[in-house]
Design a protein around this ligand. Structure first.
Ligand code: HEM
Length: 395
């Protein structure tokens, strides 16, 4: 009996010592990998924010460092980050070994309040399910025709009259970025919810929903900028400062999504509705999940489109010869009406023939990528190491 007791005690001692030593070892590996004491040029510049003397934002600084790096890859040791723009690394992470690079908890926690279980915030089976559903819907001819219908109507009935009204008053400058953000928000809301926020009406109204969505996206992203996640978590716990604003903004987005879902349920017969929400409602009953899926689409299609269009028109203003070539191509493909005026919207078939316009759009997005980095966590490393993929734009 005494012998059994001592074997039991020895086993406990061995087990706890092993656990303690293993934990200590993991912490040491983690610290050595992160190297919080690192004093290399990049880490020092990051820690002292001295990069901000020469660059407006972190992305511009990273671009500069990536350009100088012979491997197209840099390390931010103090954060445990690897930032790469090397096409082979990008292919390895996004394609060949995609499943080894999930979004990971640090990111999904930051965006969790706004995005919930939406496609941009999940990994594994939940991601695969939504990805398959998104590919199926976005690739279908009926959804594409619906998108074309919405965008053409927004251009014809709002964008062109608005630009014409600015053009008539030559002293009035126009903020194209603001117009394109309104344009993309109207389109993506109609496409996702069947809701028209009317942001691009002539009076340029302020939409509470658009403001709440902006605030929620901005403050969620702002969480990533705090020195430690504990800072925003404490603020969230006490519901103070930016976290209070974020909670209010998310509440507003939630209540709009909820009322849209309720309306759709009351209308019934989802198959006759064309918007994404109705399409998803045919397969999903969980209202919170539906809300999360659709909010991810709003995020996906808002600033990406607005940023791409703003960069395109900025570059065209610098390259009038490219603008002329686009107009020549569209006249050739779309023709002109009897009065010589240009028709405003191309059909799918006509768009397919506009090779020059496609090249200009691709080149714009290469120079000014609407999504500048795409973070993942390397699962195979012993501790979490973030890998950011950064597409290099112009200096
Ligand atoms: C100029 C416009 C756009 C750009 C530059 C863009 C860019 C991207 C990028 C870089 C990704 C991540 C790919 C990856 O990590 O593998 C992505 C994913 C995605 N985008 Fe877009 N996007 C644009 C417009 C849109 C629009 C309008 C929608 C929806 C209506 C949309 C829906 C999605 C979805 C559902 C995903 C999948 C997310 C995932 O697989 O985790 N995007 N997009």
């Amino acid at each position: 009996m005494v012998a059994l007791d001592s074997i039991g005690s020895a086993f406990c001692l061995f087990f706890f010592s092993f656990t303690a030593l293993f934990s200590l070892f993991s912490v040491l590996v983690f610290i050595f990998r992160i190297r919080p004491w690192c004093n290399c040029d990049v880490c020092r510049s990051f820690l002292t924010s001295s990069w901000s003397k020469d660059f407006d934002n972190l992305c511009d600084w990273y671009t500069h460092l990536l350009r100088k790096s012979p491997t197209g890859t840099i390390h931010l040791h103090v954060l445990g980050n690897i930032i790469t723009a090397d096409p082979e690394n990008v292919e390895h992470i996004l394609k060949t070994k995609f499943h080894n690079y999930p979004k990971g908890k640090p990111f999904t926690t930051i965006l969790g309040d706004l995005l919930g279980r939406g496609i941009f915030n999940v990994d594994g089976d939940a991601w695969l399910f939504q990805r398959k559903m998104a590919s199926l819907e976005l690739g279908s001819i009926s959804v594409r025709s619906y998108a074309l219908e919405i965008v053409s109507s927004e251009i014809q009935s709002r964008l062109i009259p608005l630009l014409a009204s600015f053009a008539e008053d030559r002293n009035d400058a126009v903020d194209l970025q603001d117009l394109f953000r309104r344009f993309s928000f109207d389109n993506i809301c109609k496409f996702s919810f069947g809701l028209d926020p009317g942001c691009l009406q002539l009076s340029l109204p302020i939409s509470d929903f658009s403001v709440a969505f902006d605030t929620a996206s901005k403050l969620s992203a702002g969480r990533a900028m705090t020195s430690s996640p504990i800072v925003w978590k404490i603020k969230r716990f006490f519901n103070i400062g930016s976290e209070r604003q974020l909670r209010d903004a998310v509440k507003m987005v939630d209540s709009l999504a909820k009322s849209m879902i309720e309306q759709r349920r009351e209308m019934g017969n989802f198959s006759t509705q064309k918007d994404l929400l109705s399409r998803f409602m045919a397969n999903i009953d969980d209202d919170q999940y539906l809300r999360d899926i659709v909010v991810s689409f709003l995020l996906a299609g808002r600033d990406t489109i607005a940023s791409g269009l703003t960069s395109l028109f900025y570059l065209l203003s610098q390259h009038p010869e490219v603008k002329r070539a686009i107009l020549e191509e569209s006249d050739r493909v779309m023709g002109r009406s009897g009065s010589g005026s240009r028709s405003c919207c191309a059909s799918f078939e006509q768009m397919r023939e506009m090779h020059y316009l496609h090249a200009v759009i691709y080149e714009t997005m290469r120079l000014y990528p609407p999504i500048q980095f795409d973070p993942s966590i390397a699962k195979t490393m012993m501790c979490c190491q973030m890998v950011l993929l950064y597409r290099v734009g112009p200096e």
